[in-house]
Design a protein around this ligand. Structure first.
Ligand code: HEM
Length: 422
């Protein structure tokens, strides 16, 4: 740890207005120069707001969502590991709105354990190893095909998203090209369910998309190739068919876009910084790089919990019943834990990052991400040694606060040789 926060009261910077969401905490007030949560300026760059909150109001009663926002690393990690902060309570509104099935993500305690344990057969390291040879071939085929596109490829839509679909297709044991196209369409459609503050039309679109995907899974599950991780999951006697579908829907909703975003950030960082590119090209010798990019980017920037009883975090107390937004994106930029927190530092291995969560709900896709994202980035740079960006300016972020995505970049696979100046 390089620096430490000055001690501050949990709600410093807040007024003494009535409690947020019945939590009894004072409603937060931000100084005029700090963009409020959910404002366009916050979406474009949440950094200044989060930095101010970390310093002055680390447990902040956000007036619009009426949630308590936790922004420091030590509080976020403690919150994610605290048994009184319920994921089921935190997810209940979103699950009801999106029509998402009951899954490990929206359950706690023994229910959560029962749903999570068998999913290791699909997502654990042994399962991931068993599909890796075919998966690598899938990724390479897509990367090789990029030169045949009529236009220079877009890093996100032509590279990262198709590769993310290929990862999930292999996980779901889908070989048929038409079914892979359908999976890609479902992946795009269900993203609306991630919107934390949807209007009624968006909420309806989310429900429709989820229902269509669940129907698609009926087809996928009628004919699962033997010997695959999915076949092992389906054969598990402790899971019902609906619960298997729940696992697969989590992978699609929670995995597709963040995987693509993580790859986009990694490649973009490599194109901007020769030290990062060198680490990407080192491939297996640079396993820490994807962790550093995940720390810096944090594609899933926050997770929600509800307090089932009152509890203490290092910076203050959380009352019973409060909805809590654990801002892991902010925790990952906390200067008390990470030096040069706002930079991608190529050599850093940030073991303490929270981009994949912590505690009982730690991301089950971790083994898959760690096996595939670095190798996809490596393959892209190794296949196109002259890879360059068409328009690499300063980092900008797509609007929308969840998931969080770097603005995409046009890739030049074979730049024309420079004309010597006369
Ligand atoms: C870079 C990409 C990814 C990021 C940043 C990410 C991040 C996260 C985070 C932060 C959580 C914890 C949520 C919480 O505590 O409420 C989580 C949970 C989960 N993730 Fe990921 N994820 C990624 C990719 C994936 C992929 C590719 C899959 C599967 C194919 C996956 C499967 C899951 C599952 C099943 C859970 C629920 C675990 C539980 O509730 O016990 N994730 N992920």
């Amino acid at each position: 740890m390089s620096t430490s926060h000055e001690t501050s009261a949990p709600s410093a910077g807040n007024s003494t207005a009535p409690g947020a969401g019945g939590s009894g905490m004072p409603i937060g007030r931000l100084p005029a120069h700090v963009p409020p949560f959910f404002s366009p300026a916050f979406a474009a760059d949440p950094g200044p707001t989060l930095a101010w909150l970390r310093e002055n109001s680390p447990i902040y009663a956000e007036p619009f969502s009426r949630m308590l926002v936790v922004t420091r690393h030590e509080d976020s990690e403690a919150a994610l590991r605290h048994p009184a902060l319920s994921a089921a309570g935190g997810q209940s509104d979103r699950s009801a709105r999106s029509g998402a099935p009951v899954t490990m993500l929206n359950t706690d305690g023994p229910d959560h354990d029962r749903l999570r344990r068998p999913a290791g057969q699909l997502l654990g390291p042994t399962a991931v190893r068993s599909i890796s040879t075919d998966l690598e071939a899938d990724l390479q085929a897509i990367i090789d095909g990029l030169v045949d596109l009529a236009e220079p490829p877009d890093l996100l839509t032509d590279v990262a998203e198709p590769l993310s679909t290929a990862v999930l297709a292999r996980l779901f044991a889908i070989e048929d090209p038409q079914a892979r196209v359908a999976l890609d369409a479902h992946a795009r459609a269900v993203q609306v369910t991630l919107n934390p503050v949807p209007d009624p039309r968006t909420a309806q679109a989310g429900q429709d998309a989820m229902a269509a995907f669940i129907e698609f899974l009926d087809e996928v599950l009628t004919d699962v190739p033997e010997g695959t991780p999915l076949a092992a999951l389906v054969a598990d006697p402790t899971l019902s068919r609906d619960e298997v579908k729940g696992v697969l829907s989590l992978c699609l909703v929670g995995g597709w876009s963040p995987w693509a975003d993580a790859l986009t950030s990694t490649v973009r960082a490599a194109l901007a910084d020769p030290a990062v590119a060198e680490r990407v090209l080192a491939g297996a010798q640079a396993p820490g790089l994807v962790e550093e990019v995940l720390r810096w980017h944090t594609p899933i920037p926050f997770v929600a919990r509800r307090a089932t009883s009152s509890l203490d975090l290092p910076s203050g107390s959380i009352p019973q019943g409060a909805m809590v937004l654990v801002h892991i994106g902010s925790a990952n930029r906390d200067g008390a834990v990470f030096e040069q927190a706002d930079e991608v530092v190529a050599q850093r291995i940030p073991r303490e990052h929270l981009a994949l969560g912590s505690g009982a709900h730690f991301c089950m896709g971790a083994a898959l991400i760690r096996a595939t994202a670095p190798s996809a980035a490596h393959r892209l740079l190794a296949t196109y040694p002259d890879l360059a960006a068409g328009d690499l300016g300063p980092v900008t972020w797509r609007t929308g606060i969840f998931p969080r995505s770097v603005e995409s970049t046009t890739l030049l696979l074979a730049p024309s040789p420079e004309v010597p100046s006369t």
